[in-house]
Design a protein around this ligand. Structure first.
Ligand code: SAM
Ligand code: ZN
Length: 275
């Protein structure tokens, strides 16, 4: 529902506050944004880009994979690092809203903005939880979010602009970031032709946040995954590998493989506070 998060949103053209009249959001300067029938709103500025947003196929695959619960340990670690008094959350690159809904389920009364460049993802996130307001926006340009309006920002396998996240967080707000560790899905990368995890990721993350944030704790999540062929297919098609993997050869590889494949979930959940 968009209403509970409206006070935290801002007009993408003039930064003004947004109010709702029937199915339209508007700012005092007269900029108008229609609420989609499915419950999300597009708050794209003139420089916003949406071409890196996930396709319908990727969103469908992600939705089914996450619903099977394989990444539950990651969601639990994010929830554990999220301060108990957080009232307004923002997830950039929120995808289907699965993680945000999981955190909100453990924080009754809190609300969350799910922000994503993909209309398909935003449509799905709008129905992930009644506490979610779903917004189509570009995480690499100015966020349509008011200064200091957010208690906790999440970036889970997603783009993050340190300066913008710092701007929208309240002074003692927290940023929680999930990044893959080198062992993440390592068993699958060769056989399934998935993209490899960049081993220098942690150092790059710290460098990209260092100007605005200070490290404030982290959890390494390690868990075995038991994946059947449907899980594997979804895993490949929900991520960046979907853009280059040949579907027929993927299906041949899966058919020739075992009924169940064991792989490793290995991610780092890090928490950061504003400088
Ligand atoms: C790997 S998915 C992660 C989704 C979700 N956080 C999860 O873990 O299930 C990356 C997400 O970032 C979104 N995305 C890509 N470029 C973006 C941009 N410039 N602004 C906002 N979202 C973007 C994609 O549409 C996709 O939903
Ligand atoms: Zn405006």
């Amino acid at each position: 529902m968009i209403d509970p998060v409206l006070p935290a949103l801002a007009c993408p053209h003039c930064d003004g506050p947004l109010t709702r009249t029937d199915g339209t959001l508007g700012c005092p300067q007269g900029h108008r944004f229609d609420l989609a029938r499915q419950g999300y709103v597009s708050l794209l500025g003139r420089r916003s880009r949406t071409d890196t947003g996930d396709s319908a196929e990727m969103v469908t695959a992600r939705d089914a994979f996450l619903a099977a619960g394989h990444y539950r340990p990651t969601a639990d670690a994010v929830t554990a690092l999220c301060p108990a008094d957080a009232q307004v959350l923002l997830e950039v690159g929120a995808g289907t809203g699965w993680y945000l809904a999981a955190v909100l389920a453990a924080r009754p009364g809190a609300v969350g903005i799910a922000l994503d460049a993909s209309v398909r993802a935003a449509r799905r996130a709008a129905s992930a939880s009644p506490a979610i307001g779903s917004v189509v926006a570009d995480a690499w340009s100015r966020l349509p979010v008011a200064d200091g309006a957010v208690d906790v920002a999440l970036s889970i396998f997603a783009p993050r602009d340190a300066a913008e996240l710092s701007r929208v967080l309240r002074p003692d707000g927290r940023l929680i970031v999930v990044t893959p560790a080198p062992a993440h899905l390592a068993e699958l990368i060769g056989p399934l032709g998935m993209l490899t995890v960049d081993a220098g990721k942690d150092a790059k993350l710290a460098a990209s946040l260092a100007g605005e944030f200070v490290a404030d704790g982290s959890t390494d999540v390690r868990s075995p995954l038991r994946l059947d062929r449907d899980d594997l297919r979804r895993l490949v098609l929900m991520g960046p590998s979907a853009r280059h993997v040949d579907r027929e050869s993927l299906d041949r590889t899966l058919a020739a493989g075992p009924d169940v494949t064991v792989a490793t979930l290995a991610v780092t959940v890090s928490r950061w506070r504003r400088r």
